[in-house]
Design a protein around this ligand. Structure first.
Ligand code: ZN
Length: 282
């Protein structure tokens, strides 16, 4: 068993794929023991809270907000996992020797253990006690879920009013919409036929409609592609998303656009590589 290779930061479809992969092997299980390494993650690991609220408790359900995985425990607490840049989750048989960078091990009553492995330790594990569950500070200031009902043309037009930011940077702003990083911002704008450099304040209703639709379409397709790895999640690397679906423009500067045959252009926006087709995207 191996963890996924690669150093690409997970975006929303990857986290959603991981959530779907966790459900069949985690929901309904009791976490008999939580074993910690003594390393600090992005924030200190809450040992006392894990002991009190997670150890000995059963997993009721797993939800997601932005790129946080919310593991609802029957103790009434929520364990909140964030993968950061290099965090990974994978199942092993109980008693498999600990590997480098395994920071948390959740020993389940099913005979498996779930491990949180993180080379760079930008990930985090937090616990919201029952009384901390309502409107947690952790999620303050987060924008709309791109697959949720709040992500709409009126919402986006309102947030874009009088702003001159390029649309690509706007889509990557987590206070506007969560979970869209560099890869999917590029792919969404290709699907919508909109150039990444377009200033948001100048965009009309029809253009925003295309953004909303393209966002859903690209993210849902990516989740569906990631879904192909779920059936044998335990045996697989736990690798999700990215390379399952073919990317149309991301990382393809100088290559040929599949729609029109033009050469895909590359520009740098806010320090991030941005790719678009000069003919298909206006
Ligand atoms: Zn094209």
């Amino acid at each position: 068993m191996h963890y996924a290779k690669g150093n690409v930061v997970p975006e929303l479809p990857e986290v959603e794929t991981i959530r779907l992969g966790l459900i069949p092997r985690l929901v309904g299980c009791k976490i008999n023991r939580v074993v910690l390494s003594n390393r600090r993650l992005r924030v200190p690991v809450p040992r006392a809270k894990l002991n009190r609220w997670v150890q000995g408790s059963q997993v009721k359900s797993i939800a997601r907000r932005a790129k946080y995985l919310l593991v609802n425990m029957d103790s009434g607490a929520v364990m909140v996992l964030h993968l950061g840049m290099t965090g990974r989750l994978a199942f092993f048989a109980n008693g498999t020797p600990r590997r480098a960078h395994d920071h948390l091990r959740f020993l389940l009553d099913s005979g498996l253990e779930l491990r949180f492995n993180d080379v760079r330790r930008f990930g985090s594990v937090q616990v919201l006690a029952p009384e901390e569950r309502e409107s947690p500070q952790l999620f303050a200031g987060l924008g709309a879920e791109p697959l949720g009902p709040d992500f709409s043309t009126p919402y986006l037009m309102n947030r874009a009013r009088n702003r001159t930011k390029p649309i690509k940077n706007f889509l990557m702003d987590a206070t506007v919409v969560v979970g869209i990083g560099n890869i999917y911002a590029n792919e969404i704008l290709f699907a919508a036929g909109i150039r990444p450099t377009r200033p948001v304040g100048s965009m009309g209703k029809a253009t925003w409609d295309r953004i909303v639709e393209a966002s859903r379409q690209v993210l849902e397709k990516a989740i569906a592609c990631g879904g192909t790895t779920i059936s044998d999640y335990v045996n697989s690397s736990g690798e999700a998303g990215y390379f399952q679906c073919e990317l149309k423009v991301y990382g393809r500067g100088g290559e040929v656009c599949q729609s029109c045959g033009s050469k895909i252009a590359r520009v740098v926006l806010a320090g991030r590589a941005s790719f678009y087709c000069p003919r298909c995207q206006k």
